[in-house]
Design a protein around this ligand. Structure first.
Ligand code: CO8
Length: 277
């Protein structure tokens, strides 16, 4: 596996630590980056000395989701429907389903260290994590702007959000692309707020999460923890997450063939360029 500057990993048994490392674009990730992440997850799964896969980040955002610069531009009018279908099966359906599947079926205990807000597919991934810690809950939000981007649920959010928020609140947040504030999901998504002082760095927060995990696992038998994950996940939940993943990508495929997400990502990209000028 080739090293990637945007996503780095370190093996510190029993922790397999993955760090999103492109603070300058709020840790936005292209599909290639997300796919690299799945390869890194595989390395963790195959490492017998590791029990926890810890997702950390850098800067002020955990991740701003899909990198809008990486979304392929709109199809030309010359492309036939079949050509467009082939293109988006490859560029969207296969990749998106594969990435979500890697997180649903990951064997190690998945821990997210939220240093800031998280958006889109990355937020869906955090909802699939087993333990989520944050620093200063008032700075945290989850944002699924799928309807604004001409998309629909991704990352099995159609199952995880109603499970962790409530059915009606999920409708509100998803239909109207509203942010979910950290406080709304304390104890259902977020396990603990570290409440560090304002000048504490992200590195300090990340180190404190590892320290807390070390304290909590001092007297526990780690293979028991891994088996516990298998039991708590339940086959019924895994089945429903896998089914949702498949239905979600198939449901959104016609949107990509029609070109609406590409048009909206283009606007988003141009607006951001305007703002930063
Ligand atoms: N992609 C690329 N660059 C980004 C992204 C992004 N998603 N988000 C932020 N950046 C960059 C900005 O361009 C800016 O860069 P620069 O300083 O060079 O101008 C820098 O990060 C900081 O961003 P802002 O100045 O906009 O910071 P704000 O604090 O004002 O706003 C937000 C932060 C709210 C995160 C805002 O930047 C935003 O709305 N970003 C877009 C978020 C988004 O919509 N992500 C996509 C979600 S959908 C998804 O993840 C699933 C899609 C699946 C298909 C993927 C196909 C590849």
């Amino acid at each position: 596996m080739r090293p990637c500057e945007k996503i780095i990993y370190e093996i510190r048994p029993p922790y397999f630590i993955i760090t999103l490392n492109s603070a300058q674009n709020y840790n936005a990730l292209s599909y290639d980056d997300y796919l690299y992440l799945t390869s890194v997850l595989e390395v963790s799964n195959n490492n017998e000395d590791c029990c926890f896969t810890v997702l950390q980040s850098t800067g002020s955002f955990f991740s701003s989701g899909a990198d809008f610069n990486s979304v392929p531009i709109e199809s030309s009018n010359d492309e036939s429907h079949t050509e467009r279908k082939k293109k988006w099966l490859e560029n969207f359906l296969c990749k998106n389903q594969y990435i979500t599947n890697a997180f649903i079926n990951h064997d190690k205990i998945l821990v997210a260290c939220l240093n800031g807000p998280v958006v889109g597919l990355s937020a869906a991934i955090v909802f699939l994590c087993d333990l989520v810690y944050c620093n200063n809950i008032n700075n945290i939000y989850f944002y699924f702007p799928f309807t604004k981007l001409g998309l629909s649920c991704e990352g099995s959010v159609s199952v995880t959000l109603p499970m962790k928020l409530s059915r009606n609140q999920s409708y509100q947040k998803l239909l109207f692309s509203e942010q979910i504030m950290g406080k709304e999901v304390l104890n259902t998504v977020i396990n603990k707020d570290f409440k560090l002082s304002k000048d504490a760095t992200v590195d300090t927060f990340n180190a404190m999460v590892l320290e807390e995990l070390s304290q909590n696992t001092k007297n526990v038998y780690l293979p028991s923890c891994l088996n516990m994950k298998k039991l708590l996940k339940t086959q019924a939940l895994v089945n429903s997450l896998n089914l949702a993943n498949s239905m979600e990508v198939h449901g959104a495929l016609p949107f990509w063939i029609n070109g609406e997400p590409q048009r909206r990502f283009k606007v988003l990209r141009e607006e951001k360029m305007k703002v930063s000028r």
